[in-house]
Design a protein around this ligand. Sequence first.
Ligand code: FAQ
Length: 311
Amino acid sequence: TTAELEAGFLHTVESDQRIEPRDWMPEGYRRSLIRQIAQHAHSEIIGMQPEGNWLTRAPSLRRKAILMAKVQDEAGHGLYLYSAAETLGADRADLTDALIAGQQKYSSIFNYPALTFADVGVIGWLVDGAAICNQVPLCRSSFGPYGRAMIRVCKEESFHQRQGYELLLTMMKGTEEQRAMVQESVNRWWWPALMMFGPPDDRSPNSAQSMKWKIKRHSNDELRQRFVDMSVPQAQVLGVTFPDPDLAWNAERGSYDFGEPDWQEFTEVVTGRGATSIERIANRRAAHENGGWVREAAIAFAARSDEGAHH
Ligand code: FAQ
């Protein structure tokens, strides 16, 4: 009976074992996972754009090679995640259609422009830093293919974080202008990075159920706090400050207190009114349309190989 299946499912989740694609699962679990994984995949693919803009203008061959490797990694993460969504019965072509029709979300962070080369460093340090903070616990997500995908993704993200931080350390050892460029970039990215963790817990409609099902392991606010606590000492080493007058060590809590992100801005950005929202989707749509002939050729080739196999 459904009750027995449901009890078996809950037992698997509560004993910290994995749910696999062929196991029975509640429809809500499947839907929520497709939602989160698709959104995550879209973020990786759209996330290639802000830094991708700098590939042709990287200041040295070394920086260009590093940046190219990073942007290619994001493409790989996206494909990996679409495959995980497909094990749940979703179709990658449908997910892409929903993205370019504006029907599915991607991370708010990719709706801000990368204006200077310092942004390449700050995206690596803070954006990949936040991504790691959020994704390391997802390696223990209850759904097997998602958790396993996260292991490799996190290893690559940690290279991304290190390359960003190293770039910034180099710039901070440079001229006065370079230091100012880093600080200006940090000022623009700090608050959007905090918003990556999602709305506050009391306004996060999916959190309670996702935590019960162990899709998510920690709440949005817990992870945001963890990110602030790890970033402050890194900023000190670098010699930059965060644009938050309320940021202060709280000895009692053993954590940093910090100000409230602008949730109105978050809502605007998530509903498609960010600084670069229209451009990001237009680029994605154009890339998809320009790639149409490749998909057609691949399908025709596969059909012909099938025929060949029958003769
Ligand atoms: N942006 O109820 P909750 C990367 C939506 S890292 C946009 O709290 P949930 C690496 C949320 O979907 C970025 N939308 O939702 C990289 C929901 O909407 P819905 C990607 C957001 O799922 C680095 C509604 O608000 N990482 O790409 C955001 O429990 C550099 C209510 O929120 C992941 O996706 C947001 N920031 O918690 C690439 C990690 N926050 O669907 C290139 C996996 C919330 O009901 C360069 N995802 N929303 O219409 C997660 O951990 C979770 O889905 C959260 C949201 C924590 C993002």
